[in-house]
Design a protein around this ligand. Sequence first.
Ligand code: C5P
Length: 439
Amino acid sequence: MILESIENFAKLFLEEIKNPIHIISHFDTDGITSAAILCKTLERLNKQFSIKIIKQLTQTEIDLFPKEKTIILLDLGSGSIDLLALKNKIFIIDHHEINKNIPFNVSIINPHLLEEYEELCTAELTYLFSKSISKENKNLSHLAIIGMIGDTMEKEINKTRDKIIKEADVKIKCGLLIYPSTRPLDKTLEYSSRPFIPGVTGDSKGTFELLKEAGIEKTNKNFKTLIDLTEEEMKRLTTSIMLRLSSKEYKDYLGNLYLIKFFNKIEDAREISAIINACSRMGKSEISLMLCLGNLTARKKAERLYMKYRQHIISGLRFIEKNEKIQGRDYVIINAKDKIKDTLIGTLASIISFSQVYKEGTIIIAMAYDEDKIKISARLAGRNKSNQNLKEVIDSIACAIEGESGGHKRAAGCTIKKEYEDKFIELVKKKFEFEVVKI
Ligand code: C5P
């Protein structure tokens, strides 16, 4: 079913290919890997194109579409489909939720539009599209795997995904889902934000204590990597980490490690995905893209940026811990202003929501400046089901102050003008204090 609709889409695309092509892709790992697959596909067709990587498809971005070009949107567009009835021919490959009124100028692949829904990320869809154009593109399957891991979809292996995994020659190893699994363990643990290990994350002394307790010692100059541990060592390390996490949380971090070939070396797909995401969030999406395209210089730059990114995350967490927050009964507002990058605030809000800093169900609202705007990320602490729908909450507040918002039940976000900073905080307080009274 999905393959049939992809083949039809590819046919339409090949008919359009004589026109100049402009690719617009989302800046996260799924968007970047999708863009890399499409770039390679067009290159192999000897087709020239231009490309832009963006954080969000706003009206301003839509107004900037080059008028004379065919547009292809990757990992974007479904949420803004109503705004895309334009003169341009537009192709969309995306997996986000969508309303069903598709404008005439738009051709789209989105699993939500099919009768039989199968969960696939944009990189997987782009890979299937690319493979339907030429079998030669089968060697791009590792990028589909990295995109899928980036969108944390590896726990649901459906028929199509299973086939892609086989095509990508992935090696799967059962163990702790802490990454990177191919770097020395002391660094892996100290920088681990998922899980956030109390007394270990961000604490080198605590990390050494944990390794000592697990009986893991340095071999030569460094500690072993996770994938090099013996079964016995893996068991001891798992126990030591388990003692520091809640049993519910712990279960989430046991599973399969996906090992792929990247730059001719076996790598943890999680790690590569994290590097791509980090470069983009540090404002260097072009490096992420070049890395996916196999550029060696980009690889070196990406490693350095990744290091910097992890330091930013750790110092962001420290900043949040030490600075004043607006604390209500069931919510907390963290207003980082210009002290944390807008592209990192969502990641930090997620890390805090997974840690045990706030009680289950607390609404975490984190804010950071983005030039004349404010980026806001909302998350629900813990992992239990809650009746709270963050998307509805954020939509209702953003809509009162001309903000652009979206997301889903447990993770939502919006962008507002800076002049509405106080008003936004006031509306959040009103909303939740009113809800408390209502209860
Ligand atoms: O950016 P963040 O990770 O906080 O986003 C959480 C969710 O909210 C994502 O699904 C994102 O696409 C959505 N969002 C949105 N519009 C915004 C900000 C976030 O749709 N302005």
